[in-house]
Write a protein that binds this ligand. Structure first.
Ligand code: DAH
Length: 339
């Protein structure tokens, strides 16, 4: 038995010296020290030995078990060290390699211009008001003094959801909502998305953005409107910018005007941007119609107001020299990166 033990010892130690990975090591451990392992079997058979032999053989068997356990442990440590060294070698980071460039996010040009517009009006004490994009026919048309037969109500221009519910065609209904829920003095701008049933081309999109402005107080005049728009135009297009008003018609203002700014491309002498005119139209405006004030519960004998509405796309395209509106909606990074 003693001899058998010595055989096992030399076999096991020889096998241990040839182990090259953790899997083999575990297998070897099972082979000798496992429940059915070679050494375990022998220890189990010790009952058959005589009382004199038992302690002698037991001692040797224990020695072998200890030696094997120690051997396995030290090989395991060596293998682990090798594994770590290998990993360190293969995962070396070369800090002198060029990095991968991560693009920074940036504001969309429409957001840029809207932020500039907001800054200008917030600086003059305006508040920002918002309304829903799904509106009633009443807020979008009726209360704005747009009569039933008005061409703007044509389904050609308006996305109707039901007979009385639609996608707002302008931000003017926010005026109505605000006047009905607030008492003068009122000083708001209302930025937002609007919808018209237009085919897409270089200057049209079924979805675009407007900013509405509304001031209502005692003694508000056309002079206040002109002064305000002058500040706005200079803020957006530069200190030398002039404005001019051309008579126009909007159902919700009286009198109404279309407002031009002197061309930022040529300072008024005529160029490609203004098509030789020297002026570029940027918004519609006027004095709030007494019918509109009355409809909102504001007495036109006591209060007056002005309003204006501008298209953010048009101003953005003008200011940045973008000649196709589709570029603003396609989100092509090569385009957006330029701003
Ligand atoms: N709502 C008009 C449009 O969409 C723009 C407009 C013109 C708004 C004159 C106004 C205004 O408040 O006074 O074309």
């Amino acid at each position: 038995m003693k001899q058998k033990l010595e055989e096992i010892r030399s076999q096991a130690l020889a096998a241990l010296s040839e182990v090259s990975d953790v899997r083999e090591l575990e297998a070897l451990k099972v082979e000798y020290l496992g429940k059915k392992g070679k050494l375990t079997q022998i220890l189990k058979g010790m009952g058959k030995l005589s009382p004199e032999e038992r302690p002698v053989v037991g001692q040797v068997a224990n020695e072998i078990r200890l030696a094997l356990e120690e051997g396995i442990q030290s090989v395991r440590e060596r293998l682990n060290r090798e594994l770590i060294n290998q990993k360190l070698k293969s995962e070396v980071i070369d800090v002198t390699m060029p990095g991968t460039k991560k693009d920074l996010g940036r504001k969309h040009p429409l957001t840029n211009i809207l932020d500039e517009i907001k800054d200008i009006f917030l600086g003059m004490g305006y508040e920002i008001a918002e309304g829903p994009e799904v509106e009633t026919d009443y807020n979008n048309f009726e209360a704005l003094n747009i009569p039933k037969h008005h061409p703007a109500r044509d389904t050609q221009d308006t996305f109707y959801i039901t007979e009385n519910v639609l996608l707002r065609t302008h931000t003017s209904p926010v005026q109505i909502r605000h006047m009905k829920s607030h008492k003068p003095p009122i000083r708001i701008i209302c930025p937002g998305r609007v919808y018209r049933s237009d085919a897409v081309d270089a200057t049209h999109s079924p979805i675009f953005h407007q900013v509405e402005g509304l001031v209502v107080d005692k003694g508000v005049t056309m002079g206040d409107l002109i002064g305000t728009l002058q500040v706005f135009a200079k803020g957006i297009f530069g200190e030398n910018t002039k404005i001019r008003l051309r008579p126009h018609h909007f159902p919700f203002t009286e009198p109404s005007a279309e407002v031009d700014v002197s061309c930022w491309g040529c300072n008024g002498t005529g160029c490609r941007i203004c098509k030789g005119e020297g002026w570029v139209e940027i918004l519609g405006a006027g004095m709030v119609h007494p019918n509109v004030l009355r409809e909102c519960g504001i007495d036109p004998e006591i209060y007056s107001g002005f309003a204006f509405g501008l298209g953010i796309e048009r101003i953005t395209m003008g200011k940045y020299g973008i000649d196709d509106m589709r570029l603003l909606f396609e989100n092509d990074m090569r385009f957006l990166k330029q701003f």
